[in-house]
Structures are given as structure tokens and as C-alpha cells.
Design a protein around this ligand. Sequence first.
Ligand SMILES: Cc1cc2nc3c(=O)[nH]c(=O)nc-3n(C[C@H](O)[C@H](O)[C@H](O)COP(=O)(O)O)c2cc1C
Length: 353
Amino acid sequence: MLNALWNPIVAGDIALRHRLAMAPMTRNRSTPDGVPTELNAEYYAQRASHALIITEGTQPSADGQGYLLTPGIYTEAHIAGWRKVTDAVHAADGRIVIQLMHVGRMSHPDNTPHGRQPVAPSAVRPSGEMFTVSGPREIPLPRELSTEEVSSTVDDFRRAAAAAIAADADGVEIHAANGYLLHQFLATNTNQRTDRYGGSIANRIRFAETVATAVADEIGAGRTGIRISPGNPFNDIVENDTPELYPALVRALAPLGLAYLHIGHGGDDQLLRTLRGLWPSALVLNRAFADITTRAKDIEEGLADIVTVGSMALANPDLVERVRSGAPLNTPDPTTFYGGGEAGYTDYPTRAA
Ligand SMILES: Cc1cc2nc3c(=O)[nH]c(=O)nc-3n(C[C@H](O)[C@H](O)[C@H](O)COP(=O)(O)O)c2cc1C
């Protein structure tokens, strides 16, 4: 069963040595200006034996930041910082794409460089709190983006993708999952717009479609992936038409010739099979919380081409070697997931250590 993991594959322009990849994970360890550091480079280089590293969510603009100490990819300093990371990963023969994550309403002014009110498809406040420098604070009401601002946000994605390539990344992954900006346009509770980006399914998928088209046009479809999470209620998302929404989105994205579609999968296998059937290129699957054997089975059975792992990769820099040799895995420590230094970041032991 595990053998299914080890066949090489080409996703768009990105040639992978095998099929066990690292899922995107926010770690809140960049500088306050969002610049990746040597420590970040070390963390990713330690994990370079994964088929592909999808980086932590990275803001394409100041508006796109929601959490403290997350990296950006919209200044020269960001590009220089990311180049340290990509160089270290490439030196270890790895492949790396930068996840472009605009948080939309999941933000707090204290966590952004400009201190402004968060922006979103509609002025709908999420429940819950956001961790800031002064501790947990209520998430404020976001401001609705004007139609013109929607277009300028698409341009931010375009520029960020170009910056990622300037930083020598192998590509980008557009984050359309987990309740962030693109997902907020898709979902019925967060999108109450009356312009061409709201209302019908065709209108609600338009922003994701437009961002993907712009990014693919900017850097090449073969270097562009996109992540979705059908039905995921994370970050106060309510979709009331998941079974119709996602096939429509995937049908709209299919002709773009993207490198891959990454599905954060919560368990609706029937929908997954439908999307698999509609998608023409590599399908990357993150079957959340499943063990490696179950994930490998998805490749064996043709449901996925590549599988990603999150917390197991976080805790096991040499996950690939451990899976190959049947060695036991380190256990992730959730208390060090978000923020801090080397502890719980670059100090998980390898088998050889
Ligand atoms: C610490 C942490 C940070 C995460 N940050 C992101 C992120 O920045 N972008 C994203 O798309 N998913 C993020 N996720 C979700 C993971 O990519 C993955 O979908 C989730 O952990 C479930 O899969 P797993 O069982 O493989 O870990 C994060 C998960 C964890 C544990």
C-alpha cells in the first residue's frame, strides 16, 4: 500500500520525486515586518525530503495579514527573506511553493502593519477572538470591499505571485480554504454582496476564479496550485450549497491548466470523488488526521495523486525516511505550534540524531 507513495509525478511544471508532501502550516515565527528568517530557512530545509513543501500562509498585502509574525510576500525584504528559505530547500534538493493567504475578515487591526479595519466580501463579523500583542481580542466587524477594491485585491495576488517567483519559489498555492478571504467569497453566510461577486454560485466563485486566472497569467499555470476545503466550517463559515458550489468552482478552474488542486478533506468522500472526476491535473489530498496508510490508500485507489501531511510533518522533519523504513513517529506538541523560537520548531529529532 505504502508503495503508492513513492512513484515520481509531475504537477504542472513541478517535478516531484515522490508523493508525500508537506501541508501548509502557519508557525508565526517571521519578523514583525513579515520577513522570513534563517531559522525559518532551517525549518523548511530540514523538511526538504518531502515531495513538495507548501509553506505557511503568506500575506499578499498588508490587508491580507491576520495573525502576528506571519510572513508576507509583497516587499523587497520579503523576497530576500523568502530567497533564503527557497535556497536552503533547493540546496537540499527539495521543492517549495509559497501559499498565498489573504485572511479577509479573520484579522485584527493590531496585527497588521497599517492598523486598519479588516476587509471582507461583506460586513459580517466572525464570532470569536484573535490573539494580538495585548492578548486575545474580539474580532472586529470587517469593512465590505468595493467592487474596485476587489479588482485591486486580485492585483495584489498577481504581484505577490510574481514576488514569490522572484524569491525563487517553484510556484504558489492560492489559499481558497479554511474560512479565509477566497472562502469568504464562496460561502453564503460571509458573502452577501449584490455585485457580480455575490449572490448566485456563478457570482460567488468569480473571485477565486479571477484570482487563479490572474496568478496563472502572471507566473504560468504550471506553477499555480489552489487549495479548497469543501464544507469546512472553520472560522465561522456556513455553506448552504456545498454539493453544488464546489463542482461549479472546480469546473470553472479546470480549463486554466493549473499545476494542482489541493483539497483539505473533511470526510465527504462522495463529493471528493465528484471533484476528482472533474479535475484534469494533479489532485493533492489532505485527509485531515488520517494515518499514513489511509492516505497512501487514497493514491492506490485513484482518489488522489499526491497526499499532504500537516502536523506529522511538523513533528517529523524526516517523515519520509521514517515512513519508508517503518520507524515510529515523533508526537507533535500543540503548545509550540503558533509562535516561539526553536523549541517545537527546529528541534524535533530525526532518527539519525
Ligand atoms: C499549526 C498548523 C498551522 C496551519 N496553518 C495552515 C495554513 O497556514 N494554511 C492552510 O491552508 N492550512 C493550515 N493548516 C491546516 C493543515 O494544512 C492541515 O490541513 C491540517 O493540519 C489537517 O491535516 P493533517 O492531519 O495532515 O495535519 C494548519 C495546521 C496546523 C496544525
